[in-house]
Design a protein around this ligand. Structure first.
Ligand SMILES: Nc1ncnc2c1ncn2[C@@H]1O[C@H](COP(=O)(O)OP(=O)(O)OP(=O)(O)O)[C@@H](O)[C@H]1O
Length: 315
């Protein structure tokens, strides 16, 4: 598979490594044998249905809950093994939990002071962190008055305290409007250019698919597939759709010219014909349509969405 990951920091070494990781809650196998390699400097997505095991995997990576079996290493240090090496790594990690707990009576700035003390980092940077997430104007307002999106950004700000090298963000765009989501990913890109490794979970596939370097698809406690979006699409070999804009009078001409080709569904819409075809037939379909000599007014190709890929793997 083509590797389109960014410039890897520290010579592309694996920053987060999971081997045979399991978490059982009694009879529930929340995480059921996960192997994963996330590289330094990568923006990595973890997607899956509700209950797929994403949050549980995150919590194990952070050392917040014990691992039933297997091993996780972060920057070379085994998680949960005790000792100084993981504690040192833990200081380089920022975490935004799915439901971050904030105190309504504190202002945004006081909130960051509080989390900075908990984390044992200097509060000197706090205004700068608020600026980074676009909250500097609300620094002295009480969290009670914050909108859901502002709370989410404040949660993100606490994850950024102490300039982490590794970020775990669990559903970070929950409650953000489209503009705020764009702004949020702009910050992630900036952090990536600074070499920060980020792991992000999301249900919103359309949102994540254009923005991560690679992703893992989780279902039923297992990683079903890992790769770039393009690579996953290729492996699934899902059909493409052509949208062929022609005058309604020419619909039949389109059908006729495609008649001898191995195309799938051909659907007539108000102002275009949608044609499904296997990837290997793509050029033959284009050649056939070109032979229609000016009848085709416009042509666009729809690639299978990540949603198609996702459901293909996790069904
Ligand atoms: N503390 C717990 N005790 C018992 N079962 C748990 C516990 N935590 C998680 N589970 C179960 O483990 C499975 C995986 O849950 P997890 O929260 O990791 O999924 P998820 O992929 O993060 O889902 P979501 O997207 O809804 O947050 C679920 O069946 C869940 O009910």
């Amino acid at each position: 598979m083509a590797d389109t990951s960014p410039a890897l920091n520290e010579a592309g070494k694996a920053m987060i490594v999971a081997r045979g990781v399991r978490k059982h809650f009694g009879a529930i196998h929340a995480v059921d044998g996960v192997d994963l390699d996330i590289r330094g400097g990568e923006l990595f997505g973890l997607i899956g249905h509700n209950g797929a095991g994403k949050s549980t995997l995150f919590k194990m990576m952070l050392g917040l809950i014990p691992i039933t079996a297997g091993e996780i290493r972060i920057d070379g240090a085994p998680v949960g093994a005790g000792g100084g090496s993981f504690r040192a790594v833990r200081r380089k990690v920022g975490y935004l939990p799915e439901n971050v707990v904030l105190y309504d009576n504190l202002t945004g700035l006081e909130t960051l002071d509080f989390f900075a003390r908990l984390k044992g980092v200097s509060p000197a940077d706090n205004m700068h962190v608020l600026e980074r997430v676009g909250l500097v104007h609300a620094a002295r307002r009480r969290v009670r008055e914050y909108s859901k999106g502002m709370r989410q950004r404040l949660g993100f700000a606490q994850a950024l305290l102490g300039r982490p090298r590794i970020l775990f963000l669990d559903e970070p765009t929950n409650g953000l409007d489209p503009e705020a989501i764009r702004g949020f990913y702009a910050i992630l890109r900036q952090l990536r250019s600074e070499g920060v490794t980020t792991v992000i979970t999301s249900h919103i596939l359309a949102e994540i698919q254009e923005r991560v370097d690679r992703l893992a698809i989780m279902a039923a406690g297992k990683v079903q597939a890992v790769g770039t979006v393009a690579g996953l699409r290729e492996r699934m070999d899902l059909p493409l759709w052509f949208d062929v804009r022609v005058a309604p009078a020419d619909f039949e001409a389109v059908r006729a010219v495609l008649g001898h080709l191995p195309v799938g569904a051909v659907e007539a819409h108000d102002d275009h014909v949608a044609v499904q075809c296997a990837r290997e037939s793509k050029m033959a379909v284009i050649a056939a349509l070109a032979s229609l000599d000016g009848k085709v007014l416009d042509l666009s190709v729809r690639e299978p969405s990540l949603e198609d890929v996702f459901f293909g793997f996790s069904d």
